[in-house]
Design a protein around this ligand. Structure first.
Ligand code: ATP
Ligand code: MG
Length: 434
């Protein structure tokens, strides 16, 4: 990408970094970005996302006046990040994830295959990374379209594409939209509500396979027509619930990517995808064609987990803080949930009166909405467990010490209850009750 007016941000950033006596590498490490990215910001080759501006200002510990200066400098460039993306990202802290952000950056500058698949267990932080990726994408000049699948939305043809394209279309001026829809008549199969703006479909019927091909062509043409300077970026969440025809469509988009500037960043729960599932087959095919990179975010490092927890709760008793951090095992969702519960006064140092915070008791004491959210995640983790060990251990049972030691290598897959009893007895009771 050419250097542009983005330099208006790069110059003060460089000045403040030097004033803080930091190298680009040091600033990057502290902010959780790659040194390449910081260098690009300073050279005016990248426009930072609003959340990035806040983070850099925090790390550089600039005065309120200088923070405002940075914010304005980022804004003055005119390549505004869409409000819905900017607002949500800016309000949240992102800890760690330097490796993942660097991979996203590589993806956006075209040094990687056209599809980036974020895979991981529930709560590991996939959606949060997608949010960041969307912000990055917008600042890198991509037209970003965001969407996600619903657990029971897979029945809708091509879900989640109709919702994703529909949301974009509804935010556009009719004339601009009409121009972008030229030659895309078959898009009516996805978005019947746009029929008035589309050319009429032929009156005769055609075989379903041909119709699917025409729909795919129309989507590709439309995404090409609405592209930003860099192209069109689809950011799609929860692909484990995507419909099979949507996955075929994504495959077609990936194959079209060398000709039409389209990129896809998708996230899915790998705990919910078994061999032979449509998504597993799609990813295998894309991998064979060299069209996908898989990125599996790890649990947060201890330092980052503590930073997130302390950002959310400032006055947790040290013993409770230590215990919750240990129990969360770097899974952001657990950290956030526990922090909410502590803030609501639902968790104390000794919730079950025995000196240890029993998991079931702790769950019972969580606010109702948090508990509702924890339960399916714990169930998904247990389903991973069952896949490894079969259905037999579903009822409580003891496992040999050696087996438990082996499992300890992947303790993040064990239910917290199992971990606690393992630690106490050297054998564990495997319980998948949720
Ligand atoms: N690196 C991070 N820094 C700060 N907060 C984070 C980070 N990663 C995730 N979170 C927060 O943790 C919570 C869970 O993350 P997220 O929703 O992204 O998980 P997920 O992997 O998408 O889960 P699911 O599979 O259930 O959709 C969210 O509140 C999110 O904002
Ligand atoms: Mg998610």
């Amino acid at each position: 990408m050419e250097a542009t007016g983005y330099a208006v941000f790069g110059a003060p950033l460089k000045r403040f970094r030097r004033a803080a006596a930091l190298t680009q590498e040091e600033l990057a490490a502290r902010a959780g970005y790659s040194a390449v990215y910081v260098s690009m910001l300073e050279r005016g080759q990248r426009l930072p996302h609003p959340a990035t501006v806040e983070l850099l200002a925090d790390v550089l510990d600039v005065s309120p006046h200088d923070r405002e200066l940075l914010r304005n400098a980022a804004r003055r460039d005119g390549t505004a990040v869409p409000a819905d993306l900017a607002g949500t990202a800016a309000s949240q802290l992102l800890v760690g994830r330097a490796h993942e952000l660097s991979a996203i950056e590589q993806h956006l500058v075209g040094r990687a295959p056209p599809v980036l698949a974020l895979a991981g267990e529930p709560g590991i932080g996939k959606s949060r990374l997608l949010q960041e990726a969307a912000g990055y994408g917008a600042s890198f000049g991509w037209q970003v379209l965001r969407g996600g699948c619903q657990r029971r939305g897979g029945q809708e043809p091509y879900a989640p594409l109709p919702g994703t394209l529909g949301r974009y279309a509804h935010g556009q001026e009719p004339e601009r939209l009409r121009a972008a829809l030229r030659g895309c008549a078959w898009l009516a199969r996805l978005l019947p509500e746009l029929a008035d703006l589309l050319e009429p479909l032929p009156a005769w019927t055609i075989p379903p396979e041909q119709e699917r091909r025409l729909v795919v062509d129309a989507v590709i043409r439309f995404l090409g027509a609405i592209a930003g300077p860099a192209g069109t970026l689809l950011v799609l969440d929860d692909l484990q619930w995507a419909s099979p025809d949507a996955l075929d469509l994504l495959t077609a988009l990936a194959h079209a990517a060398p000709v039409v500037p389209i990129r896809v960043i998708g996230a899915y729960r790998d705990t919910d995808v078994r061999p032979g599932d449509p998504l597993a087959d799609t990813l295998t095919d894309l991998a064979h064609a060299g069209l996908v990179t898989r990125l599996a975010p790890a649990p947060l490092a201890d330092r980052d987990a503590a930073r997130l927890f302390d950002h959310l709760v400032t006055d947790a008793p040290p013993a409770l803080r230590a215990r919750l951090l240990a129990r969360a095992q770097g899974i952001p969702f657990y950290l956030v949930s526990c922090a909410q519960a502590v803030r609501a006064g639902a968790m104390t140092t000794d919730t079950d009166g025995t000196g240890d915070t029993n998991d079931a008791v702790a769950l019972a004491m969580l606010p109702w909405d948090v508990a509702q959210s924890v339960r399916p995640r714990r169930r998904a983790r247990c389903s991973m467990w069952r896949r490894w060990w079969g259905d037999k251990p579903r009822a409580p049972c003891s496992l040999p010490r050696l087996a438990v030691r082996m499992m300890n290598c992947s303790r993040r897959w064990m239910s917290p209850t199992a971990c606690v009893s393992w630690r106490k007895r050297g054998t564990t009771t495997v319980s998948c009750t949720t």
